[in-house]
Design a protein around this ligand. Structure first.
Ligand code: BES
Ligand code: ZN
Length: 628
């Protein structure tokens, strides 16, 4: 198999990683991970003429101390950093390995430490945690930050099983299943990871027996307590947040699993757990296997933001079992996941909610495309990643344009037929990575069956190339707007400057309806006035809400109205939430109306933010923002 991922320097077409043992000590004092990786690589077929005398791995800001192959030290070199791919590590293989036959395996041990420049980890002091008792750390490897943890074939095109042996003075969770005490004890005796570490450490052992790409490697450690949220699920979080997290999730978690297992096929990973992180977690959720990592902003006390969990759970099939082979084809992960998420929500709350969520997504897609410009490469379904940092190309486009690719195919063949295709597709590619063309071929192959003879013409008429490569908005389907019309209607009334609002206007609304309403107001050509903004905030309870989705959407409206009464509230929110979905739009909006306050707020909170978030906001705020 050739090399199709532009975001890796690894020669994975020649040598391929099948198993990884990560023996790492979490050093909270030095704020580094250190230890060793033992990786097995097998010689790949059909690579005549390729140089097999070295294994090239991705690294970024790691300190490689020693490398050995099959027990013997070998020469290695970390090449200089040239672009977003980092600093490739070249490992010289002994002559015998270099000329080994296809299928031969070599075992590489790398002794390594992370550095202060690591982009995949955030370290929190006890003072930065909610109950202040212990430090906390967590990793976030997607898209190409695993290489900042340890040298690896950092590409979604390579999948490896993993053993984790993690030494820490505090409880650890990881993207593997916990191994029983007796086995863990044995491992501790066999591994030298504990030799050099303090007696306060415990060795936590996990196994991931389903092959996973590097971006799903995950760890977190700190004062973590757990509670049940279903027969296969626990929630883990700081002890003082545990009850609230359990309440938020326990109602929907079993239902989500039930619905999606019927839609696709039984859950393959054993447990599905959720780790609720400190507020600086930069995403809504991250689908790390066994433990989804989630922002605490989903704990809003009203169970109105838990659809994030339906999304991350869906990744257990789309993304984690069946993986896009490169970031160019990322829609296969996120577009499919949006589709499955919406199917779950519809099964639980009713079909109108499928369309409701899709309309919210459509608006986000319109905004993203307007932001990039309708002909920009990043508005295509397939996004070339040569020379590009995936974090820069990241947007709602693969999510929502990807959703529309899947939803278009569903409507074309009809839901009943498409529902037969879903398990077929996920079974066929389970444990593998694929690209958009392989997806196309799978779809065509399935609908070529005699039972679908009457669909022959419609299927033959699909303009795959157009769908894959045309920039801008895809064709817009007709949505059921039952839940949305009231939001549009209310927004329309606000066009009249003397509209008098009342709490009754939004009585009985779910949070997403307020978000649709606020999204409409954000889009007004003529912004609302300061007085209108104040009245809106008061009448609809938009400032006092615990729901950060609603609150931040209101602040964007209020800032656009230059409602000074909300500037400080915005700055305060920016000091308590680090989820980029909220942080980036709020900084951009604040920057437009009060740049000194935006810069001062960023300066004050820069150590609170995750390294990725910090880098993104620095880019968004431009000159003066990156003084450190
Ligand atoms: N895999 C993503 C998060 C991600 C994307 C991390 C790119 C790093 C790089 C995750 O599944 C996701 O999409 N989360 C969303 C929530 C969802 C409900 C759309 C988020 O973080 O907002
Ligand atoms: Zn996702």
């Amino acid at each position: 198999m050739g090399k199709r991922d532009a975001s890796t320097a690894a020669n994975y077409n020649v040598w391929r990683n099948d198993h990884t043992t990560a023996s790492l000590k979490i050093d909270f004092d030095a704020q580094v991970l250190r230890g060793h990786l033992v990786q097995d690589f097998s010689r790949q077929p059909n690579t005549d003429g390729e140089d097999a005398s070295e294994i090239i791995l991705d690294t970024s800001f790691v300190d490689v101390k020693a490398v050995s192959v099959d027990g013997k030290a070998v020469p290695f070199e970390v090449k200089p950093r040239t672009g977003p791919l980092g600093e490739p590590l070249h490992i010289k293989l002994p002559a015998a390995a270099a000329s080994a036959a296809v299928g031969t395996s070599v075992r590489v041990r790398i002794d390594v430490s992370t550095t202060a420049a690591c982009t995949a980890l955030q370290w929190l002091t006890p003072a930065q945690t909610s109950n202040k008792t212990a430090p906390f750390m967590f990793s976030q490897a997607q898209a190409i930050h695993a290489r900042s943890l340890f040298p690896c074939q950092d590409t979604p095109d390579v999948k490896s099983t993993y053993s984790f042996r993690i030494a820490s003075p505090h409880p650890v969770v990881a993207s593997g299943l916990t191994v029983t005490d007796a086995t863990a004890q044995q491992v501790a005796e066999d591994d030298d990871i504990l030799e050099s570490v303090g007696t306060k450490d415990t060795l936590y052992v996990f196994e991931q027996k389903v092959p996973i790409p590097s971006y799903l490697f995950a760890l977190a450690s700190g004062d973590i307590a757990t509670a049940s949220i279903g027969d296969r699920s626990i929630v883990a979080t700081s002890p003082d947040q545990l009850k609230a997290c359990q309440w938020e999730l326990e109602q929907d978690m079993p239902k989500y699993l039930d619905v999606i297992e019927k839609l696709v096929f039984p859950y393959a990973w054993g447990e599905y757990n959720v780790l609720v992180l400190p507020p600086s977690f930069p995403y809504g959720g991250m689908e790390n296997p066994i433990f989804t990592f989630a922002t605490p902003t989903i704990i809003s006390g009203d169970r109105q933001n838990v659809d994030v969990i339906a999304h991350e759970l869906s990744h257990s099939w789309s993304g984690n079992l069946v993986t896009s082979g490169s970031w160019e084809h990322y829609w296969l992960n996120e577009g499919w996941t949006m589709y499955l998420e919406r199917r779950i929500i519809a099964a639980i709350h009713g079909d109108a909610y499928f369309d409701f969520s899709a309309v919210i997504g459509w608006k986000a897609l319109e905004d993203a495309i307007e932001g990039f410009g309708a002909t920009h490469d990043y508005t295509k379904l397939l996004i070339k990643h040569d020379g590009i940092d995936p974090d820069d190309a990241f947007s709602t486009v693969p999510y929502e344009k990807g959703f529309h690719m899947v939803y278009y195919l569903e409507r074309l063949v009809g839901r009943a037929n498409f529902d037969k295709f879903i398990p077929y597709y996920f079974k066929k590619w389970s444990g593998k990575s694929l690209d958009s063309y392989e997806f196309r071929d799978t779809f065509l192959e399935f609908f070529d069956k005699p039972e679908f003879a009457d669909l022959k013409d419609v299927v033959a008429g699909i303009d795959w190339e157009g769908r894959f490569h045309t920039p801008g908005l895809p064709p817009k389907p007709k949505f059921d707007t039952t839940l949305i019309d009231v939001c549009y209607k209310l927004a329309e009334q606000w066009k009249s400057k003397d509209f008098v609002p009342s709490p009754k206007d939004v009585e009985g609304w779910v949070a997403n309806q307020k978000i649709v309403f606020l999204g409409e107001i954000q889009g007004f050509a003529d912004p609302i006035t300061v007085e209108q903004s104040e009245k809106m905030g008061a009448a609809y309870g938009l400032v006092d809400t615990q729901n950060v989705e609603v609150k931040s959407a209101y602040y964007v409206v209020a800032l656009r109205a230059q409602d000074k009464s909300t500037y400080q509230g915005t700055a305060d929110l920016l000091g308590t939430v680090g989820r980029m979905k909220f942080v980036r739009p709020l900084y951009r909006a604040l920057n437009k109306v009060d740049r000194p306050l935006a810069l001062a707020t960023f300066e004050k909170n820069r150590d609170f933010y995750h390294p990725i978030c910090k880098a993104m906001v620095e880019k968004d705020l431009g000159p003066d923002a990156n003084r450190k």
